[in-house]
Write a protein that binds this ligand. Structure first.
Ligand SMILES: [Zn+2]
Length: 137
């Protein structure tokens, strides 16, 4: 297995573990966007949201809530971004599911998640929503 996150989860590569249970590992991102940037990964390999077992996804998010609460208590950030990328076009760099928890601080200068909301065409918004609803079945 040549997956860096599988090897981290198995303890074959050292990492700064923040939390671990039978299903997931939370570790400090080695290239933090802000102080406290944490990744939550499943121990069992899954590439993305389309691939991960929904049970594991649920447990991963329960763990993420725990870690987020600890970030809030421990670092007292002004806010927190939970971000998860799927596919290279979305900016996913490691092809093993990971949820980013990025504490945000007033004036931290991070612009990666900032965009200016612009009112969409309501008909287009509705049409697009209809396509998703139809696909839900
Ligand atoms: Zn993996």
């Amino acid at each position: 297995m040549d997956c860096i996150f599988c090897r981290i989860a198995a303890g074959q590569i050292p990492s700064t573990k923040i939390y671990e249970d039978e299903t997931v590992v939370a570790l400090a991102d080695i290239s933090p966007i802000t102080p406290g940037h944490t990744l939550i990964i499943p121990k069992r390999h899954a590439e993305n949201i389309h691939d991960i077992d929904p049970e594991i996804l649920g447990r991963l998010h329960q763990a993420a809530a725990k870690v987020a609460a600890a970030i809030k208590r421990g670092l007292e950030p002004d806010g927190l971004v939970a971000l998860q990328l799927n596919g290279r076009a979305a900016g996913q760099l490691v092809m093993h599911y990971h949820l980013h928890l990025v504490p945000r601080y007033e004036g931290d200068g991070v612009t990666a998640f900032d965009w200016t909301p612009q009112q969409g065409d309501p008909d287009e918004v509705q049409k697009t929503a209809d396509k998703i609803v139809a696909a839900l079945g």
